[in-house]
Every structure is written in C-alpha cells, then in structure tokens.
Design a protein around this ligand. Structure first.
Ligand code: ARG
Length: 470
C-alpha cells in the first residue's frame, strides 16, 4: 500500500519518522474502529439532510461506512498501519473507496470532537459490561448466601473474633458495597450520555450542523452543552476509572477474605479444584490464585485512575495531545474487569463452605460476650456496668477454660453481684448465648437475623433482575 499522508499534511513537509512513530495512536485506537464508523455514519447522514453536502454524496458515504462496518465486524477490514490514528484511517479509506465523497466526510467536525465521541460510544459498552459483571457477582453471592443464613461464623473487627454472625450475613455485606458500585457505574453512564459531535475543534463549526439529530440518532440524551468543554473533557473516562477503582478496592478486600478463609489456619472454605492451582515444587499445595490475581489487578486499575487524573490536571482548555493517552488507561481497565468477572464468578460458584469449622470458631473467643452485657442492660443495668460485669465473667471463663454459657451461679456471683440482682440465672445462659440465638435476636433492619437476611436476599435478587431488564 502507498504510504499514507497525514490529514493535515497539505503543503507541509513530512514528519521525522521517529516523531511520527511516537505520535501515532493507531495501534491503540484501532479499537475505536466500529464506534468511529458508527459516529461517521450519523455525521454523514446529517450532512446530507442539512444540505451541507449533496444527498447522493451522503448516501454513498453512509453505504460505504456501513460496508466498512460490516467488514470490521467480520474482521475483514485491513487497517493501514501508516495512518496517524483511526480517524485518519477511516477518512483515508472512504476517500480510497469513494473519491470526493470521502474527502467531504470531515465537513464540520474535527478529530477533537470525533475522538471525544468515540470514547463516549466505547464507554457505553464498558459501563454496561461493568454493571452486568457486578450483577452476576451479586447473583452468585445471593445464591450462596441463601444456603447459609444459619451457617454460624464469627464476625471480626481488627481481625479478631467479635460477635456471632452467619456466612450469609457476611456475603450480603459484600453485596451491599457491590450495589453501590453498580450505582456508581450507572450514575456515571447517565452523565456521559451527551454527544460531543459537532463541537469540532474547540469553538464549534460555522456550518449549519444539526447536532440534536446526530445526538438522537446515536442514542444520546442530547448534544453536549459547550463545545470547548466537550473537546477538553474526559470526565466520563475519569468517572469510569474511579468507579472501577472503588469496585476493585472492594473486590480486593473480598479476595483477601477468601484467601484467609481458605487457608488451613482458618479452614472456613474450600476453593474448588478447578479454581485453584498447584505448586510446581510443593506437591501438597493448592493456591487461591484467582483471588490473589484479582486482588493484584486492583493495582492496575488504581494506576489507570491516577494516570487519567495526571494526564488532565495541568491541561489548559481545550484539546491537547496529552489526551491521546487516555485510551490505554480506559482500555486497560476494561480488559482487566472483563477478564476478571467470569473467573471471580466461577470462584464464588465453586466455593465449598466448611460450616462445622466456621461454627467451631465461635467455641472460643467469647464472641457472645456482648449478648450477655445486653442481657443485663435489658434488665435495667446501665451498659457500662453490664460491660464491667461481663468483662469479669469473661476473665473467669477464660481462666477455667469454659464458655460463658458454661459458667455456674457461683462464677457469676464472683464476677458481679449484678447478675443475681438483675435475675440472671446461669441455667438460662445456655439458650441466651447460643450463637444462633444471638444472631436471631438481631432482627432490626440491617441485622443478621436469618429472617432479615432472607428478606435482604429476596430484595437483592429482585434488584438484580430489575437491573438486568433495564
Ligand atoms: N489521536 C488523537 C487522540 O486520540 C485524535 C485527536 C487528534 N487531534 C489533534 N488535534 N491532533 O487524541
């Protein structure tokens, strides 16, 4: 193929090849091929309807663009690597196929609004992939939770046993954050739903473009509101990266928990064989690599957010070539999330909770101590006094290697006169301090009682279903 000239190389000398190689973005923005063609078709059609170009010229442009789109989708559109970027390639190819009509397609637009449009169209898919990925994880977590509303385990603060909880309650804590993550992607996608095309280079075009028509034909809510902002703005990328970073921070925490829980020190869950790997030297090992790599990939996503913020922070309005570097960041996040979602869902679906071990972890550590203090408080003792009485009871139980519910009345009397005074008999402690009883009495909104957790699972399932239908 003959070496391509730059769109702007009219009456200027050729670029130094080393500079040319540095500036080229084609290797990266090739990925915009389909969205660039979709935007070009809408633009060409509008040019015809407004009379900016002749209608038969517009028709031949749209036909050629749709033909290229079909070829691109079939993987049959060969890209000329000599082009500066994807926008240049599309115009060059249209010119090669149509002659004058190809040279007319750029009427009233600049690559600055074109690339801003391409990114918005691309982000639509990226936002939607993230939202659907999150829903799939939530769905899997709800399915697992539904089987474990009474599977007892400790909750932790400071990574020390805190209060009795259930596996389902813990998984729903993950879902609560994931629901917010879903909302963050959705909110950002609504803000991104404006069409920058027609803003041209920075201050619009003098041609009588119909920006509303283009915006609507491409499925946007409206044209962007300020040409200068539209060509300078990368908020949609930044918000995508920010939402992805917060999501990855959450996922990374859950991965950390899965890694801990699956260790022999905890022994709370088993990771399915097809989701764990072996060691090349230690024959006995199974490693939680999916959770580890997902945790590790958060670094790449956070890095991309930092990259986007840094690219933009010192830029005077409007377009500067620095903005070309936004794509690697966005594509990197999109690829990371898309490779992670199916593997993480497989990991969740393959988890085998070891419920007996989880429950056993409540045998030591006095996770039911708050419940004993609550019992005294419910009889009228100020909480700080209840706290002191139970603290003493815990020390006695600890020294006798007993659980709190195994203390007798003499032990309680030794701990504090308040037990007797407030009518707490050792014989009743067995029932009161049973972990499932502790959890079941927490029936308040947001609490771990199995009946509340079941309601919350139903609500989340309905949420997932409704979001999937949107
Ligand atoms: N490849 C460029 C980018 O991705 C396209 C816009 C070029 N605009 C310009 N004025 N040089 O940002």
């Amino acid at each position: 193929m003959e070496k391509a000239g730059k769109l702007w190389e009219v009456g200027t000398g050729a670029l130094n090849p080393k500079v040319e190689a540095f500036l080229s973005s084609l290797a990266v923005d090739k990925r915009f091929m389909e969205v660039d063609l979709e935007g070009s078709a809408a633009h060409a059609s509008m040019l015809g309807k407004t009379g900016i170009i002749k209608s038969d010229m517009a028709r031949s442009l749209v036909d050629a663009i749709l033909e290229m789109l079909e070829e691109a989708r079939a993987g049959k559109l060969e890209v000329d690597d000599g082009c500066e970027d994807i926008h240049s390639f599309v115009e060059q190819e249209l010119t090669r196929r149509l002659g004058a009509a190809g040279r007319a397609v750029h009427s009233g637009r600049s690559r600055n609004d074109q690339v801003a449009l391409d990114m918005r169209l691309y982000l639509r898919k990226a936002f939607s992939d993230a939202q659907h990925g999150i829903l799939t994880i939530m769905d899997s977590l709800c399915n697992l939770a539904a089987k474990h509303t009474e599977s007892m385990m400790p909750s932790y603060t400071h990574l020390r046993r805190a209060q009795p909880s259930t596996l389902a309650f813990h998984l729903l804590a993950w879902c609560a954050a994931l629901e917010r993550d879903y909302g963050r992607f959705k909110d950002a996608s609504i803000r991104a739903n404006e069409c920058p095309l027609g803003s041209a280079a920075v201050a619009g075009s003098g041609l009588p473009l119909d920006r509303e028509a283009v915006a609507l034909s491409l499925g946007f809510a409206r044209p962007s509101r300020n040409d200068m902002d539209a060509t300078a703005d990368r908020d949609a990328c930044t918000e995508y990266a920010a939402a992805a970073s917060i999501f990855m921070m959450h996922l990374s925490r859950y991965c950390e928990e899965l890694i801990l829980w699956s260790s022999s020190e905890f022994g709370f869950i088993e990771i399915a064989d097809d989701c764990s790997t072996g060691s090349s030297i230690m024959p006995q090992k199974r490693n939680p690599d999916v959770a580890e790599l997902a945790r590790g990939k958060s670094g790449r996503v956070f890095g991309a957010l930092m990259e986007l913020l840094t690219i933009q922070k010192g830029l005077p309005l409007a377009y500067n070539r620095d903005l070309q570097a936004d794509k690697e960041a966005v594509f990197g996040i999109h690829d990371s999330l898309n490779s992670l979602f199916p593997a993480f869902v497989a990991l969740i679906n393959g988890l085998k909770p070891k419920t007996a071990n989880m429950a056993k972890a409540l045998d030591t550590g006095f996770a039911e101590a708050t419940d004993l203090a609550d019992l005294l408080t419910s009889k009228g003792l100020p909480f700080r006094d209840s706290y002191a009485a139970v603290k003493k009871a815990v020390a006695i139980a600890d020294s006798k290697k007993l659980r709190l519910k195994e203390l007798d009345n003499a032990d309680l009397a030794e701990a504090s006169p308040f037990f007797k005074e407030f009518g707490i008999d050792a014989a009743k402690l067995g029932y009161w301090l049973e972990p499932l009883a502790c959890v079941s009495r927490r029936k308040h909104v947001g609490g771990p009682a199995p009946e509340r957790v079941k309601e919350e699972i139903d609500r989340l399932k309905a949420f997932v279903k409704a979001c999937r239908m949107e």
